[in-house]
Write a protein that binds this ligand. Structure first.
Ligand SMILES: C[S@@+](CC[C@H](N)C(=O)[O-])C[C@H]1O[C@@H](n2cnc3c(N)ncnc32)[C@H](O)[C@@H]1O
Length: 300
């Protein structure tokens, strides 16, 4: 199966450089506020897509179990070091374009700062949709090409791409900004209904961040976020969408083997072999090492 290229974070110090030393306390707090407002109070099984080093995972307090999925094994290792091993967390290295889960499994999913890297966003969103149950809640964050700064730069002739056109813009290799209308259209086509939209990071300006404490700016941001229902001009937008369709029983299979399918051939169930999972359909073996299920490439 051919899939689009992946922006590979293997070995990256993203969490340290971008978040911990990057002066982004305001953005982090603003995201926490948006998530608190958009997450349901309770849920069973949440899929965190592009979980990275687990920065947001502790915020998903209402869910009984959380599957952290990321293409990068080293990001997942950092998440595991932060969150530890417990029945509540499952760590899976896999490509969002080939999710190793059976259909209609999760009653929740989040995708924060990750669609940003999808060269084929509708394809990625289609995979998310496949693995969600009807009525599941999907919280999607996307980078907005129609942001105020991009509009001003375009009008002043400092930027050659048009922020008003619907197609994504790849402003750096495998880094994409999206038009809000395109996102709404893709979600609708896939059967999602948007329940809420919050615009985030209204005050992402170096000068403001130097002048005011992060907590103050984030609190102001929280007040401004609901305006996302009316217009979206911030660099980051959070959408809460529900998958439409008849309700299904809400019991998730307890054992992970009941959740998984081969990402290459779709066979389910996989069988539990020594230190790896075996696919009886195509014969591939998938490693389980250091607490992480690895569906990136099969064992030889
Ligand atoms: C910018 S980081 C965001 C991490 C985390 N969501 C956060 O907000 O702190 C993007 C993450 O998406 C992951 N990623 C990118 N493309 C992916 C793909 N095709 N499948 C799975 N993960 C992917 C990267 O490995 C990286 O950890």
């Amino acid at each position: 199966m051919t899939t689009p290229p992946v922006c590979d974070y293997e070995g990256s110090d993203y969490q340290t450089i971008f978040w911990e030393q990057g002066g982004r306390a305001y953005e982090d707090r603003a995201e926490a506020i948006a998530l608190k407002k958009l997450l349901p109070d309770a849920g069973q099984l949440l899929l965190e897509l592009g979980a990275g080093a687990g920065r947001n995972t502790p915020r998903y307090t209402g869910y009984e179990r959380i599957v952290l999925l990321d293409y990068s094994r080293t990001q997942l290792a950092q998440a595991r070091a932060r969150l530890g091993d417990s029945p509540r967390y499952t760590y899976i290295a896999a490509d969002i374009y080939k999710l190793p889960f059976i259909d209609s499994l999760f009653d929740g999913a989040t995708m924060i700062r990750t669609l940003h890297h999808m060269a084929d966003a509708p394809k990625a969103l289609g995979q998310v949709r496949r693995t969600l149950r009807p009525n599941a809640t999907f919280i999607l964050e996307y980078a907005n090409k129609l942001n105020l700064k991009a509009i001003l730069r375009y009008w002043l002739g400092q930027q050659n791409w048009n922020p008003f056109s619907l197609e994504p813009v790849e402003f750096a290799a495998l880094n994409f900004d999206f038009h809000p209308q395109a996102i709404r259209q893709w979600l609708k086509t896939l059967g999602f209904r948007i329940k809420a939209t919050r615009t985030v990071s209204h005050f992402r300006l170096g000068l403001l961040k130097r002048l005011f404490p992060a907590a103050f700016l984030a609190a102001l941001d929280g007040l401004a976020q609901p305006s996302g229902t009316l217009w979206q001009l911030t660099p980051s937008v959070f959408v809460q969408a529900n998958l439409t369709g008849p309700a299904q029983p809400t019991v998730a299979p307890q054992k992970i083997l009941n959740w998984l399918q081969c990402p290459e051939c779709g066979t389910h169930p996989l069988t539990d072999a020594d230190e790896h999972l075996h696919c009886p359909g195509c014969g591939r073996n998938w490693a389980f090492r250091d607490g992480i299920y690895d569906f990136r490439e099969p064992l030889t």
